[in-house]
Ligand binder design. Sequence first.
Ligand code: FES
Length: 105
Amino acid sequence: MTWYKVLKDDVLKDGDLYKANIEGKEILIIKDGGSYYATSLYCTHEEYDLSEGFVDDHQLICPNHFATFNPGDGSVISPPESAGDIDPLSSYSVKVEKGEVLVEV
Ligand code: FES
């Protein structure tokens, strides 16, 4: 596992989502409540690009069928209605150092 610089700390506002490509891996950076989180980019329901989603009440929401995920660990809060269980997102460690946001991949 290696830490990669992804963006400057002052780029994102609270609630913003950012699509990053780290060593060929597509990652979603989430800023919420002043903290950063990182998950896999695609919804585990039908692979929708979650950078087009949104954050509400500390939940990451897929705009396609409204699956909700916990940004902190990628776990499923609620699957789309009548979809049954869906897999959690992958989750990555994030830290801020010297004004840069770094993700461990
Ligand atoms: S693709 Fe995300 S909820 Fe269906």
